[in-house]
Write a protein that binds this ligand. Structure first.
Ligand SMILES: Cc1cc2nc3c(=O)[nH]c(=O)nc-3n(C[C@H](O)[C@H](O)[C@H](O)COP(=O)(O)O)c2cc1C
Length: 213
């Protein structure tokens, strides 16, 4: 093959590659090459709990795993340095005290949010709010340009109602509509949760909705 022919083939190949890359990027405009990077960050507590007795895995953790499975996201557990009590009566006391004091419990591990575009944020309803450790997570990370999608478990199938305040703590974040499910339902019948999660994600059109304007 002469040099001119080789250069011509090289140029054609480069053009085809560039066009493919452009069309891929175009389909996820607003995110990096290859689409949004997704994190499923959640707080959850195993141990004695309402309705489900003593559990090895918290209800929110179970929901987080289903969401990570559906979205291809990485899982990250928001854990405090000091573990919460295993007994329900004791954890209630700690949760009430922390809420009263507007505490920010120290977290055990950090995650590099720079690696992610969309953060699914999961937590149980604790005393009609998010556990205070979730506020620590929101306030000690940089959410500029990120999208948060909340999900929660509780004694009912509602979110805490305080989700509107998330952007006050996660500065720069855009927050989409969340999913609230009854903890016992998630614990007892995870196979029924999967289609609900899928339906929620489809209705939310989450990847499109998360794109920056
Ligand atoms: C300290 C504490 C406070 C709670 N407060 C509420 C509440 O105010 N409203 C509610 O619906 N459920 C409340 N619950 C129930 C939890 O939200 C529910 O059991 C949830 O599914 C637990 O999730 P987890 O297993 O991931 O920790 C509370 C549970 C605990 C341990």
């Amino acid at each position: 093959m002469n040099l001119r022919k080789a250069m011509l083939i090289g140029a054609v190949l480069l053009t085809v590659l560039a066009a493919a890359a452009y069309s891929l990027q175009g389909s996820f405009a607003g995110f990096g090459f290859g689409g949004p990077k997704v994190l499923v960050a959640y707080f959850s507590r195993a141990g004695e709990n309402y309705a489900v007795g003593r559990t090895e895995k918290g209800n929110t953790a179970a929901l987080a795993e289903i969401i990570a499975d559906e979205t291809g996201g990485d899982l990250f557990e928001i854990k405090t340095k000091e573990a919460y009590p295993e007994k329900l009566k004791e954890v209630l006391e700690v949760a009430r005290r922390e809420q009263k004091e507007n505490a920010r419990p120290e977290l055990a591990e950090k995650v590099n949010l720079a690696d992610y575009d969309i953060i699914f944020l999961g937590y149980p309803n604790w005393c009609s709010d998010m556990p205070m450790a979730v506020y620590t997570f929101l306030e000690t990370n940089d959410f500029e340009g990120k999208t948060i999608i909340p999900f929660s478990t509780s004694l009912t199938d509602a979110l805490t109602g305080n989700e509107k305040n998330i952007p006050l703590h996660a500065k720069g974040a855009k927050v989409l509509d969340g999913l609230g499910l009854e903890g016992k339902f998630v614990h007892d019948t995870p196979r029924l949760v999967k289609p609900l999660v899928k339906e929620w994600l489809d209705n939310l059109n989450w990847k499109e909705a998360a794109k920056s304007e």
